[in-house]
Ligand binder design. Structure first.
Ligand SMILES: C[S@@+](CC[C@H](N)C(=O)[O-])C[C@H]1O[C@@H](n2cnc3c(N)ncnc32)[C@H](O)[C@@H]1O
Length: 194
């Protein structure tokens, strides 16, 4: 079993369903907010097994990373960056390095779950998503369960921001998913493709 809160929230099953019938290209995946990297380990050993994906992980602090990721790190199939979603320059530095390998197929923002952080991250990494690629912002509805948390409350404005971008930013599909039980929410965006 890997250590990720996506089991408890149910999000892991959401991603499983979402990608189970997807046989398109998945070569490069970025997760922002990795905690111990448990979800990246799940992706590599289960959901994207045998796809030889390269992973990038960003977190404000890289510590206590799941030791089962050490092989991936050694092989440069997982590159970890310590960066703060509130510091655009730090995100841009990560983006510059990632870009050298090519565009991203999937970006998952599971970091701070606040307005500024999500917008900075989106503005930096949406341009790096390839046509037909995917961008997920988790926990947009966390404020419903934690109404006193001002950071979570600011996620309502993230929804507005995404809607404001929907027409002109090359969105192909846009879904706001909300599941009361198990308790998860996610904004799923697919980039335009022909
Ligand atoms: C919910 S945990 C991520 C769980 C992980 N994705 C998983 O599935 O196991 C949120 C992570 O976001 C990171 N984080 C919080 N604020 C951040 C910020 N401003 N910039 C970057 N990372 C941040 C935390 O350090 C934490 O590891």
């Amino acid at each position: 079993m890997v250590e990720t809160d996506k089991y408890a929230s149910g999000l892991i099953y959401y991603y499983q369903d979402y990608f189970s019938s997807y046989d398109g290209k998945i070569e490069r995946v970025l997760e922002v907010g990795i905690y111990k990297g448990g979800f990246l380990y799940f992706l590599d050993t289960q959901l994207f097994k045998d796809r030889n994906v390269k992973y990038y992980g960003i977190d404000i602090k890289i510590a206590n990373t799941d030791e089962r990721l050490s092989e991936l790190i050694k092989d440069r199939r997982l590159v970890l960056f310590a960066a703060n979603q509130n510091k655009t320059a730090q995100l841009v530095a990560c983006a510059e390095e990632i870009k050298q390998d090519g565009l991203l197929d999937i970006v998952i923002d599971d970091g701070a779950h606040g307005f500024n952080e999500c917008v900075n991250t989106f503005n930096t990494f949406w341009p790096l998503v390839r046509e037909g690629g995917f961008y997920f912002i988790e926990d947009w509805a966390a404020y419903m369960y934690y109404p006193d948390n001002p950071t979570y409350k600011s996620m309502r404005r993230v929804c507005d921001f995404i809607l404001d971008n929907a027409k002109d930013s090359g969105f192909h599909d846009l879904e706001f998913i909300f599941h009361p039980a198990p308790r998860f929410s996610v904004i799923a965006i697919r980039k335009n493709y022909v």
